[in-house]
Design a protein around this ligand. Structure first.
Ligand SMILES: Cc1cc2nc3c(=O)[nH]c(=O)nc-3n(C[C@H](O)[C@H](O)[C@H](O)COP(=O)(O)O)c2cc1C
Length: 281
C-alpha cells in the first residue's frame, strides 16, 4: 500500500489522518523475534507496576502535556493487536478550546446523562444482575462517599458526573471513534488499543480516565469538532497529570479474587502448563 493508505482522494482531513508512511507487510529479522523469549524480571516488575498504578483519574492539574508525548503514546499504542490487523481505532485529539466546545455542545443538548441514549451501541445492560449490580453500586457509592456527597444528594452527584464533559479538567481529551462499516467484535481491538494508551500514559508519568459518558452525545460532539460521517463516537479519554490533592483521586477500585472468575480446565500434570501456585509442571 502506498503512502496515502486507504483515504479517499480529495478528503483532506481523512487523508491526513490515514497517511501512514510505513504501512506495508514486513518480515522481522530472526534476531528481533528472539528478544525477550525468556522471562525478564525487570520487565515484569515494571509492567506490574504500570498496570497496577493505573487508576481512573477524575481530577487533573493545570499542567500542560506536550503534543509530542501524546503522539509517542498513541503511536506505540497502535502496536495493539487487532482482528485481521484492521486497526479500527480512530482518535480525535482535543486541546483546551475543543474540550470547551465539546462540553458546551453537550450542555446545549439539555439532555441529562441519565437520559441520554447512544444511537450507535449499547454499553450497559438495562438491568445489572449480580455480581455486576453490587460492583456497580459499590464503586458509585465509594466515589460519592469519598467526595462527601450524600446518598440522596442527586444534584451534587449529577454535577460531579457532568465533570466528565470537561474531561475532569485534563489538558488533553481524546474522542475515540470507529468506522460504522465495522462490527461490534472490533470493540475488542479498540479496548486493547485503549489499554495500551492508558499504560503508555502511565509510563510517561501521566494519568487517564476512559469515558463512555461521551458515547450518547455523538451528535453534539459533531457540533463541536468535525467527525467524518462514517465514524461514530465510542468513548472519550482524559489525559493529564493527576491532582494528588483532590479527593476523587483517592478512590481505589477493588478487584474480585482470581478464584472467583478463573475456571481451570487443566486435567493432568503432563499437559504443557505449570501449576499456577507452585510454577511446577
Ligand atoms: C469503557 C469504559 C468506560 C468508562 N466510562 C467512564 C465514564 O464515563 N466516567 C467515569 O468517571 N469513569 C468511567 N470509567 C472508569 C470506570 O469507572 C473504572 O475503570 C472502574 O471503576 C475501575 O476503576 P479503575 O479504572 O480506577 O481501576 C470507564 C471505564 C471503562 C473501561
Amino acid at each position: 500500500m502506498g503512502e496515502r493508505g486507504v483515504a479517499a482522494a480529495g478528503d483532506d482531513q481523512c487523508s491526513r489522518r490515514f497517511s501512514m508512511k510505513q504501512e506495508h507487510v514486513a518480515i522481522a529479522e530472526p534476531r528481533a523475534r528472539q528478544v525477550a523469549s525468556q522471562p525478564v524480571p525487570a520487565i515484569w516488575n515494571c509492567l506490574n507496576e504500570v498496570i497496577r498504578s493505573r487508576h481512573s483519574i477524575r481530577a487533573y492539574r493545570d499542567k500542560p502535556v506536550t503534543a509530542g508525548v501524546i503522539r509517542e503514546i498513541l503511536e506505540t499504542s497502535s502496536y495493539a493487536p487487532s482482528g485481521a490487523n484492521a486497526q479500527p481505532w480512530r482518535v480525535h485529539l482535543l486541546g483546551q478550546s475543543a474540550i470547551h466546545r465539546v462540553e458546551q455542545a453537550v450542555i446545549a443538548t439539555e439532555v441529562p446523562p441519565h437520559r441520554a441514549v447512544s444511537e450507535n451501541f449499547k454499553y450497559y445492560p438495562d438491568r445489572f444482575l449480580e455480581p455486576y449490580k453490587s460492583r456497580r453500586s459499590e464503586i458509585g457509592a465509594a466515589l460519592y462517599q469519598t467526595l462527601g456527597i450524600g446518598r440522596r444528594d442527586v444534584q451534587r452527584m449529577r454535577s460531579q458526573f457532568m465533570k466528565n464533559y470537561r474531561f475532569f479538567g485534563a489538558p488533553v481529551g481524546l474522542i475515540v471513534t470507529m468506522s460504522r462499516h465495522l462490527e461490534t467484535g472490533m470493540f475488542l481491538d479498540l479496548g486493547m488499543f485503549l489499554q495500551n494508551v492508558m499504560l503508555c500514559a502511565r509510563a510517561k508519568g501521566l494519568d487517564t480516565c476512559v469515558q463512555a459518558a461521551f458515547a450518547p452525545y455523538d451528535q453534539a460532539i459533531r457540533n463541536a469538532i468535525p467527525i467524518p460521517e462514517d465514524e461514530f463516537v465510542v468513548c472519550g479519554m482524559a489525559v493529564g497529570h493527576r491532582d494528588p490533592a483532590s479527593l476523587e483521586n483517592r478512590l481505589q477500585s477493588p478487584r474480585a479474587p482470581l478464584e472467583s472468575w478463573l475456571t481451570s480446565h487443566v486435567e493432568n500434570a503432563e499437559e504443557s502448563i505449570c501449576d499456577l501456585q507452585t510454577g511446577k509442571r
